[in-house]
Design a protein around this ligand. Structure first.
Ligand SMILES: [Zn+2]
Length: 480
């Protein structure tokens, strides 16, 4: 098929995602690997499911799934799962809920983007230590001293993790994504990233058979010139700088016209591509791959068949191919908008809770404040406090909401309407997404009360903001 042909004869890594300098064409081998990786992920995260039990019963009797090697005579499918396992395994981590199922010495602890395990060897009595054993007895507060013994250089960073106070389970996560949720698209990206060159054929050809390259290899005796204008035929010339190509670029119905003279190379054109067409063209995806393909086809027709097309015809052909591709793609399911929730009316019986946090990135200290109001706006209760070792502003805002809700329980408020000026957090709480960084905290919030979450602008959130800032200010050096 045309697409495969294109992949085979081009020097550019067409199947790599755009971020990695390709054109995002799907490579069937990588796609296959991503499918196998899904099975591998399932075996790691759900070892009790039927598929995992059957496969492990057959192939992992002597060794665990993570260490077993492909035995002679095993099925093609199992080999595929094992090859994908090596890709999956390095990206699997754990995020801490209540720390009851994560072992300190054998499971990687996740804090933001890095994976940490303590320095070894483990003392005999510490071998089976769980993360929850690092709490001060009968609390969910870290035992700081123990931390500094086990993680002398990383203690400060790890202390910034916030475990669940309500007993949430630890969760296996996919570390390349901040959400921790595994996705086939992300695996495909990781596979492409790990795969230096996409196809063996590509490895051999290495570049488009342009005249300049053919002559350099001694395959062409003539002078290497462009069939359109007589200038040297390089990749940048054919696709960007040729007089003829510039006429094509000029005829494109783009919402933001691109000036080819500002592009130095084809690689730069790929990196900057994002050719979005005006609505009447009916093309809503990036036109660049189809444009490049048509320029290449026309160049070949001119050399081998003496057929020429005018720039307008090439533009029409590119648009037609892009439209056909677009129509062949499965429809995306549109998720209900988060704005819907923010438009829902406030429950009149609910107590309003406004929260805000002040956070110092330099030392990780935070101050926070919360105010409970009745439906007429009268203050019912308010409070403020401080905490050390906070990793980010998002974490600070989340801690504030959890602390406010723990107080709400003491006051026996059953329905609460939370108002915060942190848009990211309100969106995450409304959509039940649990970013890895605040996983334990968000689970606690979900279990605490009957809740509604609303965003309010900072200008309307002055009272808790003042409480938070003065708490942080008063604490001064009182924090450890
Ligand atoms: Zn030319």
């Amino acid at each position: 098929m045309a697409k495969e042909k294109c992949v085979g004869h081009c020097g550019i890594k067409l199947s790599k995602p755009k971020k990695l300098g390709g054109l995002s064409f799907q490579n069937i081998q990588l796609f296959n690997k991503a499918l196998f990786a899904k099975q591998s992920w399932r075996i790691i995260t759900h070892p009790q499911c039927l598929l995992a039990r059957v496969l492990q019963g057959k192939y992992c009797r002597k060794e665990s799934f993570l260490t077993v090697k492909a035995a002679g005579g095993c099925s093609h499918g199992w080999r595929g799962v094992l090859s994908a396992r090596d890709l999956t395994e390095s990206k699997v981590g754990k995020t801490i809920g209540a720390g009851n199922s994560t072992r300190v010495w054998s499971d990687a602890l996740i804090k933001a983007e890095t994976i940490s395990t303590p320095y070894g060897p483990a003392k005999e009595e510490d071998r089976d230590l769980y993360v929850s054993d690092l709490f001060i007895r009968n609390t969910t507060n870290w035992n700081t001293q123990k931390f500094y013994e086990l993680f002398p250089t990383q203690a400060k960073d790890i202390l910034r993790m916030r475990p669940s106070k309500m007993g949430a389970n630890d969760m296996i996560i996919w570390t390349p994504l901040a959400s921790g949720i595994y996705s086939k698209k992300s695996v495909y990206f990781e596979a492409a990233n790990a795969d230096p060159i996409t196809t063996p054929k590509l490895q051999r050809v290495g570049a488009l058979p342009l005249r300049e390259i053919l002559q350099r290899r001694g395959l062409l005796a003539d002078t290497f010139t462009c069939s359109h204008c007589g200038e040297a035929e390089t990749t940048a010339h054919v696709f960007i700088h040729c007089r003829f190509t510039k006429r094509i670029w000029k005829a494109l119905p783009l919402s933001k016209p691109t000036d080819p003279d500002k592009l130095d190379s084809f690689e730069q054109a790929i990196a900057n591509s994002g050719m979005i067409c005006l609505p009447p063209s009916g093309v809503s995806i990036d036109l660049f791959p189809w444009l490049s393909w048509c320029i290449w086809i026309v160049r070949n027709s001119l050399i081998f068949e003496k057929l020429d097309l005018n720039p307008e015809d090439i533009v029409c052909k590119s648009l037609r191919l892009a439209r056909e591709w677009q129509e062949a793609q499965p429809l995306k399911v549109i998720q209900p908008s988060n704005h819907l929730q923010s438009r829902t009316a406030i429950d009149q019986e609910a107590v309003i809770c406004q929260t805000d946090a002040a956070w110092k990135p330099k030392n990780g200290d935070m101050g926070f404040g919360w105010i409970f109001l009745d439906s007429t706006g009268q203050t019912l209760e308010q409070g403020s406090s401080t905490e050390p070792y906070v990793a980010s502003a998002l974490m600070a805002e989340t801690i504030t909401i959890r602390e406010a809700l723990l107080h709400a329980r003491m006051f026996h408020y059953s329905k609460i309407c939370i108002r915060s000026d942190n848009h990211v957090l309100i969106k995450a709480l409304n959509s039940k997404q649990r970013p890895v960084e605040i996983y334990g905290l968000t689970l606690d919030i979900e279990t605490l009360s009957s809740l509604q979450f609303f965003f309010i602008p900072k200008s309307l959130n002055y009272p808790p903001d003042k409480l938070a800032k003065s708490a942080l200010c008063n604490s001064n050096s009182a924090l450890p």
